[in-house]
Design a protein around this ligand. Structure first.
Ligand code: SF4
Length: 121
């Protein structure tokens, strides 16, 4: 099996190829060790920080949120489903946790912007 990636670990953006055969997993195209580690992580268990917008208790007002840790790529939809159900009370501060241990993934959902109570109904 063969898969190709673009390394995002530095601006060079090397084109990486992961090949899995009887002798194991091999990475080519990387210019450094970090690229090989990235490619193997992407091949075996890709993970992402999830960013989104969440509703607040103020009409037409949303607040940016993100996970505070990497989560498996296959769980992004589950996390976004949780975010879509949020109705965050204002005021709220940067870094405040709005969901702890989302989907039992060991990551929290935190707010990435401070918002006051302006316009609250
Ligand atoms: S393989 Fe190394 S040099 Fe190439 S993009 Fe990745 S981190 Fe940068």
């Amino acid at each position: 099996m063969k898969k190709e990636y673009t390394c995002i670990m530095c601006p060079m953006g090397c084109s990486l190829t992961v090949t899995e055969g009887k002798s194991g997993i091999a990475v080519s195209g990387n210019s450094c060790r970090r690229g090989a580690e990235y490619a193997i992580q992407e091949y075996k268990d890709p993970k992402r920080i999830v960013t989104a917008l969440a509703f607040t208790d103020v009409v037409n007002c949303v607040v940016p949120v993100k996970t505070d840790a990497l989560i498996p790529k296959g769980k992004i939809t589950d996390v976004l489903a949780v975010v879509s159900q949020l109705k965050i009370s204002l005021p709220i501060s940067l870094g405040q946790v709005v969901v702890s241990n989302v989907c039992d993934l060991g990551a929290n959902i935190i707010v990435t912007r401070t918002l006051g109570a302006i316009g609250k109904r």
